[in-house]
Design a protein around this ligand. Structure first.
Ligand SMILES: [Zn+2]
Length: 238
């Protein structure tokens, strides 16, 4: 577990190799909620900053995977935030789930024996207050834009802060050391779509790249994005 100050007012909080991001303005905003069991550390961090968990007014989820949504119930014990996620990750048909092989597993989970498991794997749509389409802006850190980046899940989003040129990419991309990779096939629903999303991301001006897992890339993130995009042939080599 560790906390990094990315810029004043923006913190990366990492628990069990999964990142959450805390924005401390008049109200607190949390990006992703980590695994179940992550919140005690998040609360401790908030207290260390002289704030209260009850000040969390908004949670934005990058996607509907249990390592990013699992802490929501614990969070609600101390705060009553509005929760935002992309529509495509919220309105999931009863017979599928946003994981590879989702149709098969989804059908299995519909059977009475497994139906209780479903609520651990998939967020209940009723618990989401703001269903995003993409393109929305929030008045957070000088402006926050919601960028749809489907592929890892149908409703994956990245969060872009144009004033600071910071991109929270979520799990739309992965990293090892300082190199950017495509998300792993075994946990992504559509890699072709993910490659289209990479094209979009590679065209953005980014100075700090933040991931769902791993430390930030602060040295030439745009170069890393471009190299991956060129390697996959989604952008032309210059
Ligand atoms: Zn994921």
């Amino acid at each position: 577990m560790y906390t990094l100050e990315i810029i004043p007012g923006l913190y990366q909080i990492t628990v069990r190799y999964t990142n959450m991001f805390l924005i401390t303005e008049r109200s607190l905003t949390l990006i992703d909620a980590g695994f179940r069991g992550s919140m005690p550390y998040v609360f401790e961090t908030i207290h260390k900053l002289g704030r209260e968990p009850a000040e969390i007014g908004l949670v934005i989820l990058t996607h509907n995977h249990l390592d990013h949504t699992g802490g929501l119930d614990e969070l609600r014990t101390l705060a009553s935030p509005r929760v935002a996620a992309h529509r495509a990750d919220v309105h999931i048909p009863e017979d599928t789930i946003p994981y590879p092989g989702g149709n098969y597993i989804g059908k299995l989970l519909k059977t009475p024996v497994f139906s209780r498991l479903r609520r651990h794997l998939v967020l209940d749509g009723d618990s989401i207050d703001i269903k995003l389409e993409g393109g929305e802006t929030f008045d957070i850190l000088g402006g926050l834009q919601i960028v749809p980046v489907p592929g890892h899940t149908p409703g994956s989003i990245s969060l872009y802060f144009p004033v600071h040129k910071i991109l929270v990419v979520g799990d739309a991309l992965a990293k090892r050391r300082n190199v950017v990779f495509m998300p792993r096939k075994t946990v992504s629903t559509d890699l072709k779509e993910a490659a289209n999303s990479l094209r979009k991301i590679a065209g953005m001006e980014v100075k700090i790249l933040l991931f769902g897992h791993g430390r930030p890339i602060t040295v030439d993130p745009q170069g890393s994005l471009k190299r991956l995009a060129e390697k996959l042939g989604v952008v032309q080599k210059e």
